[in-house]
Design a binder for this molecule. Sequence first.
Ligand SMILES: *Cc1c(COP(=O)(O)O)cnc(C)c1O
Length: 380
Amino acid sequence: MINFNEPTLTGKETEYIRQAVTQNCMLCGDGPFTKKCNEWLRENTGVSSAMLTTSCTHALEMAAILCGIKEGDEVIMPSYTFCSTADAFVLRGAKIVFVDIRPDTMNIDEKKIEEAVTEKTRAIVPVHYAGVGCEMDEIMRIAKEHSLYVVEDAAQGIMASYKGKALGSFGDYGCISFHETKNFTMGEGGAILIRDDDNAPAAEIVREKGTNRSRFFRGEIDKYTWVDKGSSYLPSEMNAAYLWAQLETAENVFNDRMRKWELYRECLTDLSERGAVELPFIPEYVNHNAHMFYIKVRDIDERSSLIRYLKENGVHAVFHYVPLHSSPAGMKFGTMAGEDIYTTRESDRLIRLPLHYNLKDDDILYVCEKVKAFYDGGKR
Ligand SMILES: *Cc1c(COP(=O)(O)O)cnc(C)c1O
């Protein structure tokens, strides 16, 4: 079976975990490995500070707290995303306002955001699907004009950029995931990126159970205490050690994924030129990170047949999000602003092909051969 995903493993992970366990004498959060990861993130994204978290979901929860989201506030986001994007704000009492996506990138349609803004709107949450940047110039313009926060769900966006600037570094907060399905992993984990220096102290407090322990550890105060609301959002050093092994060699992992992504594209160009499938669209001013290789087929029935056919041939391919506005919780906590022209239609047609660090080029050739056989052999 060619697995859809396998967690990235570059070689030094277990050695660093051993080091965390036996040498550093520090297993809780914010030890030497966490600091290295934070520094790497700060340098590679250009934000004022970055902090590892226990997940991207938790980074989003932190951002919702830091934006002061409260009962009755409205938050704008695409419906085509993972539930955590919405849930983090729902937990603070917000109502979610879903906006349709663009059919080309599967990202929120920036042209439909402004008409969804009301006097209750507090934040816009763009999601950079597949590591392909949203139209951040326009989104930041709208946010500025209406005094809104921007929280980027850059869960899939590490090492990708829009007009030369890292995804996750545009908004007030950027949220990254290091779940095992992402390009770099620590099992479960993530990070929050903080654009402005002024917001870092509050973020430290929210992340450290509402205490000023971070300042205490830096020797800035002689005892620490409970100063505001917060929770426990810092991962253990064992997880950070695993992640550091990958960030240290990030360029290799990145290049490997990009090469495999291009191989898929080359192999499937024929099919797309014949109009059988659509390949991902990358705007020219966007640098993506090969987080995902997807194709779009005619409709949901053709997708089910193709997934079944690939499975019979030893390939695990999968569909992606069921739009949130049609989920039970999405109906309870949110509404669609404007029409759902593309969200449901395009999500129904999308299928993700295997892409991970262990995947061999021959595997990719095999997957493409089977996709072609599906169309050529009248299997659809
Ligand atoms: C993976 C993902 C998340 C959740 O990340 P976790 O680290 O598992 O909490 C949120 N949003 C998007 C768009 C994702 O792809």
